[in-house]
Design a protein around this ligand. Structure first.
Ligand SMILES: *Cc1c(COP(=O)(O)O)cnc(C)c1O
Length: 398
């Protein structure tokens, strides 16, 4: 006899991590050793990462947020400085600007890629040329969802107005702009290994850049202490160290690096699988008039950290929030990237932002849904997501 209540279908999560046997074995090995925090594994992970990215150097940290903060301090950003960034980002990209007492200046986004629009940056720079109270110091582009920003235009502006650049590449691993990996373009670039990112160490981050930029940043990561301070407890080490800068406590543990070393090896496979799932979604959705699929401009290679589908709200009877509820009812996890910075109560109050101040970001926010996307996802899982989206459209199209 058929059951009246069919089994609820297995929940498809939004972005679970994928930790393999090698990671687990190596973490256990370190737990059993005499050294669990920053040490030889962290050094090895930095070397492997720099080599993978094609950057002269890399420095590991305990989060992507720490990487961004350290980069700002290393470039001397502080009181009286402006940092241009996007409203379409995670709050940490803006809070670090406040930590150094500089002012975040938001530039609205390009509706195609949801990345900062170079024309909006230029407008800001032109307007602020004669501002004596606040000097523009840094442009902080975020490669949204893993789609690189228009780096040529942004670099040209940075040169013309004598600004430095810090790239937020939390989503962009691995991503290419005009054939070059993000993180290798010479600017200080911050990566995140948070649990949902394209590779993870649980929590963690990495800074890449030229030696000239990276070495001053590296000094700040562990209390501003010179040389390999961790070696002071080893046989070849010495008890002596010197504090040479006012630093932070942002170091990565060997426990985390042990995970990172193996995740990095698996990253090309992860990336390929992400691309395959994104291609399946694109193929299924590109002809639906109710939907807009994510753009991938010809000069980039997308990291496919997120698959952000956009609803054509005038063609369906429900809101984005209701759409997500409908997905949930079909056992599918989804998310929204991002609630724009200027919508959050804290920033709204502090800077007096109104939703219409960044109309593109606000409007795109209202129609965006991030679908499940992770390398362990099977074709069957992806098929279920596609089926659910199409079923919702069928029920609620105008
Ligand atoms: C995840 C993320 C960060 C912060 O990284 P953490 O490692 O969580 O500190 C910064 N910017 C963006 C765009 C992110 O998605």
């Amino acid at each position: 006899m058929r059951s009246l209540n069919p089994q609820p279908r297995k929940f498809i999560p939004f972005a679970p991590p994928w930790i393999g046997k090698e990671e687990i074995r190596e973490v256990v090995e370190i737990l059993r050793s005499d050294w669990i925090t920053t040490g030889p594994k962290t050094k090895r992970f930095e070397e492997d990462f720099a080599k993978f990215i094609g950057s002269p150097k890399a420095a590991a940290l305990n989060s992507g947020t720490s990487a961004l903060h350290t980069a700002l301090v290393a470039l001397g950003v502080g009181k009286g400085h402006g940092v241009i960034t996007t409203p379409m980002t995670f709050c940490s990209g803006v809070s670090v600007i406040e930590w150094v007492e500089a002012e975040p200046i938001l530039a609205d986004i390009d509706p195609r890629t949801l990345n900062m629009d170079p024309e909006k940056i230029e407008t800001i720079l032109k307007k602020s040329k004669h501002n004596r109270r606040r000097k523009m110091k840094v442009i902080l582009p975020v490669h949204f969802a893993g789609h690189p920003c228009e780096m040529d235009s942004i670099s040209t502006l940075a040169k013309r107005y004598r600004l430095q650049m810090i790239e937020d590449a939390a989503h962009a691993l691995p991503a290419k702009y005009k054939g070059r990996l993000i993180g290798s373009l010479g600017n200080l670039t911050a990566f995140s290994f948070y649990a949902t990112k394209n590779m993870t160490t649980g929590e963690g981050g990495m800074l890449t850049g030229s030696s000239r930029l990276l070495e001053p940043a590296r000094k700040l990561i562990f209390h501003g202490i010179n040389r390999d301070a961790w070696k002071r407890y080893s046989k070849e080490g010495s008890w002596y160290y010197e504090v040479v800068a006012p630093g932070f406590k942002y170091n990565m543990m060997d426990l985390q690096a042990a995970i990172g070393i193996h995740q990095l090896r698996r990253l090309p496979g992860f990336h390929q699988r992400r691309g395959e799932i994104a291609a399946r979604y694109n193929e299924a959705f590109y002809q639906c008039e109710e939907l807009e699929i994510p753009a991938a401009l010809p000069e980039v290679e997308h990291a496919w950290h997120l698959y952000v589908l956009r609803l054509n709200l005038d063609r369906i009877k429900i809101s984005r929030n209701q759409f997500i509820e409908e997905l949930k009812a079909r056992s599918i996890g989804a998310s929204v990237h991002f609630i724009p910075i200027h919508i959050h109560p804290y920033y709204r109050k502090k800077y007096g932002y109104k939703p219409e101040d960044f109309p593109v970001a606000y409007r795109q926010y209202q129609r965006a849904i991030s679908l499940p996307l992770y390398p362990r996802m099977t074709n069957q899982d992806a098929g279920r997501v596609i089926e659910a989206v199409k079923d919702i459209l069928k029920r609620f199209r105008r």
